[in-house]
Structure formats: structure tokens, C-alpha cells
Design a protein around this ligand. Structure first.
Ligand code: SAH
Length: 276
């Protein structure tokens, strides 16, 4: 055996390495051709891969099933302190990331990107991240993610690059990094072979517009609570029926919005017309 690391190991190590010099990253990082790639523009590249380096997403990263290229925004900054932000036009609290500086980082990322690679700004004003969006992004060749900080980003850079804004939910985070990791996690697990058991993405929450049924495992009885008998019956059709009924009931109770959409879809199909 030679000392040369296997391509997958090299990819895992290098793809997770934050770069102090964006231009250096462009020449150094060996792009794995055809591999789904997340380029993440951030002031905190050391926050990556973070939790994405663990468990199934981490293994898939090491195995070269996807790659991660954090882009440090700081070196794009101006002056001795590499300033990236300034006070908001019109006054008010906080700082805003400058359009020219963020713009250059996006241009570099776009120049490096291959195929269909949407540019996304993680933002509380954005379209809510959901399973259909994760599925769409998994079909693309990768994403360029912009993580905001402070009061956010100069609007002009979002217009200029036709950036899609995506939100994690109706709350305000301190920065876009956690949201970026959530988006990458939800997307990467839909890439073939990332999850060991592909069937699990077909049955889980949202796969058919429903929340998932309850899950149980050993022991059969715990603190006087028994696993529902049907699950131990070995009768597969009955188990499937019970799971679907529970999924429908949970969705109806907890998420009337999802339930209405589900009914609207299934009411178009007379065979599916049943009332709980
Ligand atoms: N002043 C902004 C909030 C800035 S929070 C506003 O009121 O809309 C700082 C950064 O955190 C944002 O630029 C964004 O990148 C990130 N962020 C905050 N909340 C988020 C959310 N719900 N989803 C995704 N990103 C979020």
C-alpha cells in the first residue's frame, strides 16, 4: 500500500477543512466530480462540518458521497481588520454585511460551482425549509449557502445574485450557520446511499404529506405500558394499516394544515376517500 490516502479519505478530510484564503481553496480542494457540494459562505468556517461530521452524514462526507466547502468571508473584508460589515443606511442598531464583500464571495463560489447550484441566503424572511425543498435541492448539483450575521445582508447583493431566501422557522437566530447545517442535513440524507436503509426516507414524516406513526422497541412492557399488540402480531398488512391510521390521526390532530393538503390530494382519488 502507498501512503496516498484513498480518494474518499482525502475528500473527507479536505472537504471539511476551512480555508483562510478563498483563492487557495479554489486551487487546493480536489473537487470530486459529480458529487453534491455545499459551499458555505460564513464568518465562522470552523463551525463546519459541526454535527454534519457525525453519524450518517459524517460517514457519507468521509466516503465522498457529498462534499463541504466552507468559505471564510473574513479574508474578503477590507482594511487591516478585514471589515466585512458597516452601519445600516438610515440609522438603527447593529451592523449589516456589505454588498461588495459578500458579492465577491458569492462570485467566487459561483465560479467554482458545477451544474445546477442555487444560491441560498438563510434568513427568517425566507421560504420555510420543508421536505419538498430538501428533495428539490438533493436533485441539484449542490448549493451555495450564505450565512448572515448581525442585522443581515445588504439587500442589493440578494437582488444582484437572485438569491433564494430560506428560513428554518418563525424565530430569529444569531447567525445562519445552524440553519445552513439543518438545510444540508435534511438534503444530504436524501442523496442515494447516504442513509444505510433507503426505505426509511420513504416512510418517515412528510414523505406522503403525513407525520410519522409512533415507534416502539424493546422492552415489550415498560412501566406498565405495553407495545400495541398489532405490532407484535407479525401480520404485515394489519401493521401497515395501523401505522397509516396512526399517521393520519396524528397529522389531523397536530397539523391541520398538512391534513387539509393531504385530504385535498387524496379526495381527487375516490379509492382513498375515507373518514377517520
Ligand atoms: N435583522 C434580521 C435578523 C438577523 S439575524 C431580521 O430581523 O430579519 C442574523 C442572521 O441569522 C441572519 O442574517 C440569518 O442568516 C440568520 N437567521 C436568523 N434567523 C434565521 C431563521 N429563522 N432561519 C434562517 N436563518 C436565520
Amino acid at each position: 500500500m502507498s501512503d496516498t490516502p484513498s480518494p474518499s479519505r482525502a475528500a473527507g478530510r479536505l472537504s471539511a477543512r476551512p480555508s483562510a484564503q478563498p483563492r487557495e481553496l479554489m486551487t487546493d480542494a480536489p473537487d470530486l466530480a459529480g458529487v453534491w457540494t455545499a459551499q458555505v459562505i460564513t464568518l465562522f468556517p470552523q463551525a463546519f462540518p459541526g454535527v454534519l461530521g457525525e453519524s450518517l452524514t459524517g460517514r457519507a462526507l468521509k466516503d465522498g458521497l457529498w462534499q463541504l466547502q466552507p468559505i471564510d468571508l473574513r479574508p474578503y473584508g477590507e482594511g487591516r481588520h478585514r471589515n466585512v460589515d458597516d452601519t445600516p443606511a438610515g440609522g438603527g442598531a447593529g451592523m449589516v454585511l456589505r454588498a461588495d464583500i459578500v458579492g465577491r464571495a458569492i462570485e467566487d463560489a459561483k465560479a467554482r460551482a458545477k451544474g445546477v447550484t442555487p444560491v441560498i441566503y438563510l434568513s427568517p424572511r425566507g421560504r420555510r425549509l420543508d421536505q419538498p425543498l430538501a428533495r428539490e435541492l438533493a436533485q441539484a448539483d449542490g448549493v451555495i449557502l450564505l450565512c448572515g450575521r448581525f442585522e443581515g445582508v445588504d439587500e442589493r447583493v440578494l437582488e444582484e445574485h437572485e438569491v433564494l431566501e430560506v428560513s428554518l422557522g418563525d424565530f430569529v437566530l444569531t447567525g445562519g450557520e445552524i440553519a445552513a447545517q439543518a438545510l444540508i442535513d435534511a438534503t444530504v440524507r436524501l442523496i442515494p446511499r447516504v442513509l444505510g436503509n433507503q426505505a426509511s426516507t420513504e416512510e418517515e414524516s412528510f414523505s406522503d404529506g403525513l407525520l410519522e406513526h409512533p415507534q416502539y422497541t424493546k422492552p415489550a412492557v415498560w412501566k406498565g405500558r405495553a407495545i400495541p399488540e398489532v405490532l407484535l402480531s407479525g401480520h404485515h398488512a394489519k401493521i401497515t394499516g395501523w401505522r397509516r391510521e396512526m399517521a393520519e390521526r396524528l397529522t389531523k390532530e397536530r397539523r391541520p394544515d398538512l391534513w387539509r393538503a393531504y385530504r385535498a390530494r387524496h379526495d381527487a382519488d375516490p379509492d382513498e376517500d375515507r373518514e377517520l
